[in-house]
Each structure stands twice: as structure tokens, then as C-alpha cells.
Write a protein that binds this ligand. Structure first.
Ligand code: IMP
Ligand code: MG
Length: 182
């Protein structure tokens, strides 16, 4: 791990909670309850998913909930070009209305891969929901259907997001600042 600090909070736990509550209403207003499947991409989505679905009961939404583990090769702060499945879901997606849940949309490769995969498995519709939308040049053309907050081109951690496998437990989202090493 490069020498770094995690000091600058971008979104507090209260701000996240407020935005997530609004997203719950948004999703409930658009998605049909009948054959809804919430599919989280591990590991970054686990906290976001838990907060989202706990708001669903008020809306009489009782989706199936599962996760798939996807990884783009490499560690550090740059994602590479190839997405692979490291742990698959065995949910039957035929005719399902799927909402993919992920922590952050960056190059777009992960969401594009997951969306194509679930459509190929027979989903009737596939929507995408991310907490953070990084305003960068996408490697692929991808726009999320539900977005929490836009963020700049910084590396961020907390609320599920990691830097080299750490900091996922932070209840807020903070920026990672790297120290110059000489
Ligand atoms: P994409 O495939 O490039 O859109 O990348 C999406 C994945 O990269 C996310 O699911 C995260 O795991 C990871 N990622 C991208 N940016 C960040 C960040 O700022 N902090 C932590 N993880 C990130
Ligand atoms: Mg991830």
C-alpha cells in the first residue's frame, strides 16, 4: 500500500442515509414488484444493498436478493480491462426484472459486463443502481438508471468501497490522498 491518508470526508453517514432513502422511493416507483431480483456486485455493494433493501418493506417490495463476485484484474487504484466472474449467482433470471447494485461506476466495464450477462440469462429487464458515479471518461458507454452522488476523479473509500481491501467498514465516504514518495 502506498503511503496515504483517509481524512477528507466527502459524504457523511447522514448524507448517505438521506440519499439512499430517496433512491429507495425512486426504485419503488419504477420497478415492478412481481419478479424483482436485486443483484449486488461484491464486494463493494454489500453495505449499500443492505441499506437499500431494508427500505423496501414499506413499499411492499419483496425481491429476491443475491450477489455475484466480479473482479477486474489487478489491485491498486487502476482497474484493468478484463472482468471475470469469481463467484457466480445461481438465481434463475428468466423473465426477471433485475436491478444490479454496485458501489461505483467508473470505467463502466463491470456494469456493462453484468448487464450483458443477465440479459443473456433471460432477464426481462436489467437496470443499474450505483451509489457513486465517477465523472471520468468511460471505457464503455454506460449510464446508471439510479445514481446516488456524482464524484470527481478521486479515489474514494468507505461504505463498502475499499483501497487495497481496507476501509470498507467506514460509515462515511472519504477521499484517499496519496503522499508523494521521493
Ligand atoms: P469499472 O468497471 O471501472 O466501472 O469499476 C467499477 C469497480 O471499480 C467498482 O465496483 C469498484 O470496485 C472499483 N472502483 C472504481 N473506482 C473506485 C474508487 O474510487 N474506490 C474504490 N473502488 C473503486
Ligand atoms: Mg466493486
Amino acid at each position: 500500500m502506498r503511503p496515504h491518508h483517509v481524512r477528507e470526508v466527502l459524504f457523511t453517514s447522514e448524507q448517505i442515509q438521506q440519499r439512499v432513502n430517496a433512491m429507495i422511493d425512486e426504485i419503488a416507483g419504477i420497478c415492478e414488484a412481481g419478479n424483482l431480483v436485486m443483484l449486488g456486485i461484491l464486494r463493494g455493494s454489500f453495505i449499500f444493498m443492505a441499506d437499500l433493501v431494508r427500505g423496501f418493506a414499506h413499499h411492499n417490495l419483496h425481491p429476491r436478493i443475491d450477489f455475484i463476485t466480479l473482479s477486474s484484474y489487478g489491485s491498486g487504484t487502476e482497474s484493468s480491462g478484463t472482468v471475470k466472474i469469481t463467484h457466480d449467482t445461481d438465481e434463475d433470471l428468466r423473465g426477471a426484472d433485475v436491478v444490479i447494485v454496485d458501489d461505483i461506476l467508473d470505467s463502466g466495464r463491470t456494469l456493462a459486463f453484468a448487464k450483458a450477462l443477465f440479459l443473456q440469462r433471460g432477464a426481462r429487464s436489467v437496470r443499474t443502481c450505483v451509489l457513486l458515479d465517477k465523472k471520468t471518461d468511460r471505457a464503455v458507454n454506460m449510464k446508471a438508471d439510479f445514481t446516488g452522488f456524482p464524484v470527481g476523479d478521486d479515489f474514494v473509500v468507505g461504505y463498502g468501497l475499499d483501497y487495497d481491501k481496507r476501509y470498507r467498514e467506514l460509515p462515511y465516504i472519504a477521499k484517499v490522498t496519496f503522499e508523494e514518495t521521493r
